[in-house]
Design a protein around this ligand. Structure first.
Ligand SMILES: C[S@@+](CC[C@H](N)C(=O)[O-])C[C@H]1O[C@@H](n2cnc3c(N)ncnc32)[C@H](O)[C@@H]1O
Length: 363
């Protein structure tokens, strides 16, 4: 008989019983995402979770919803309402809306991210007594009108879109969204679709790249950075986030820029590439164009944006809609998170909120 085979009924081999300890991170606090296993199981480590939140940080694997009281005041969801959350993320806003529309209400939820969405759906379902109260679809919000129609609705009472990335996406180095950690240069919210930023950078021409850096992120050193990227990729394809950030660093340092300028350009280049590989402006424009047909007469929409390219588009669309009589009322000005919110969650600092109410005599 093979010596290594365990017979049923006999004890497992001594080797199989040895419990392997997880390697301890060096230093006092974990620095890398994969070392943050206590944060990732916050319910088992409430003291650690409380300390991290008190320090103005977001727990790894979670997202803190922004401007919640302001959004609830604007959207005013009430029992029986039909609502769309076009960007479910971690489901923080969705949970609040779901609570407000029960009993009798229904929330349609969308997100493009196939990695986070199943976890978010499970989390939201665990809050529900009525399973029919939530319908989740992995889809781009450019397809919101079709989703609403296919669920048998003419329009929504309430629509929320909270644009950009969730903290789970930013913090996971495997997703390649940030220059702060090394990881594959991917930057896709749906890694099953389209091409990663590394493939895009391999083929884009220097003029196109420079114009994208300007259009998507107002990058002041766009020409120099685009040239540096194209020269570097000719020597070796750019597969990793750290390599791209090093190319931008070296380019700006050769122009005698300081560390703060370097970091700002690194952030803007990553943002510009992310907008491009996810066609974020295309999706937002389609969503805004279809928004009136997604709302009931008198229905309310709120959109949270995180940079000027997004806010400009929302502002223009709402203003045009009001001029044409589609919206009866729109936000006069942007609403910002309170100073207290920004202090406790610095990721809220760039958020801008706008809202619109569809005219009650509009079809
Ligand atoms: C800022 S997070 C939303 C956070 C959410 N409000 C919460 O409370 O947890 C943005 C989410 O929108 C998703 N997203 C971005 N663009 C999208 C699009 N065009 N269609 C659908 N989802 C999108 C991202 O995948 C991400 O999960």
């Amino acid at each position: 008989m093979n010596q290594e085979t365990n017979n049923p009924g006999t004890p497992a081999s001594p080797e199989a019983k040895i419990h392997k300890r997880r390697p301890r991170y060096s230093g006092r606090n974990p620095r890398h995402f994969h070392e943050k296993y206590k944060e990732l199981q916050a319910e088992k480590h409430p003291d650690i979770a409380a300390k991290i939140l008190a320090g103005g940080k977001t727990l790894a694997g979670t997202h803190r919803p922004i401007c919640v009281p302001e959004i609830l005041e604007i959207l005013h969801p009430k029992p029986g309402d039909i609502a769309l959350d076009a960007t479910l993320g971690f489901g923080g806003h969705a949970a609040e809306i779901l609570r407000a529309i029960q009993p009798g209400g229904k929330l349609l939820g969308m997100d493009v991210d196939p990695i986070e969405l199943p976890k978010t759906e499970a989390r939201l379902r665990s809050l529900l007594q009525d399973p029919q109260a939530l319908v989740v679809r992995r889809s781009n919000f450019a397809g919101a009108a079709r989703f609403i129609n296919e669920e048998g609705f003419q329009g929504m009472d309430v629509i929320l879109a909270d644009l950009g990335l969730s903290s789970m996406q930013i913090d996971n180095p495997e997703r390649g969204f940030t220059f702060k950690f090394d990881g594959p240069l991917d930057l896709r919210m749906n890694p099953q679709k389209g091409e990663p930023a590394s493939a895009y950078l391999q083929k884009v021409g220097p003029e196109t790249l420079a114009s994208i850096l300007v259009e998507n992120s107002d990058e002041p050193y766009a020409d120099a950075i685009a040239t540096a990227i194209v020269e570097a990729r000719e020597r070796n394809p750019i597969h990793n986030t750290k390599r791209l950030s090093a190319i931008i660093h070296d380019c700006l340092k050769s122009m005698k820029r300081n560390d703060a300028d370097v970091q700002s350009s690194q952030r803007r280049v990553f943002q510009a590439l992310r907008i491009e590989v996810n066609d974020e402006f295309g999706a937002l424009e389609t969503f805004l164009r279809n928004l009136p047909s997604c709302l009931k007469a008198g229905g309310r929409a709120a959109i949270l944006t995180f940079h000027s390219g997004e806010d400009r588009r929302v502002k223009k669309s709402f203003q045009n809609g009001q001029r044409e009589g589609i919206y009866q009322e729109i936000a006069d000005d942007i609403i910002r998170p309170s100073a207290e919110e920004v202090r406790s969650n610095p990721r809220a600092s760039s958020a801008k909120l706008r809202w619109a109410i569809k005219a009650s005599d509009s079809l």
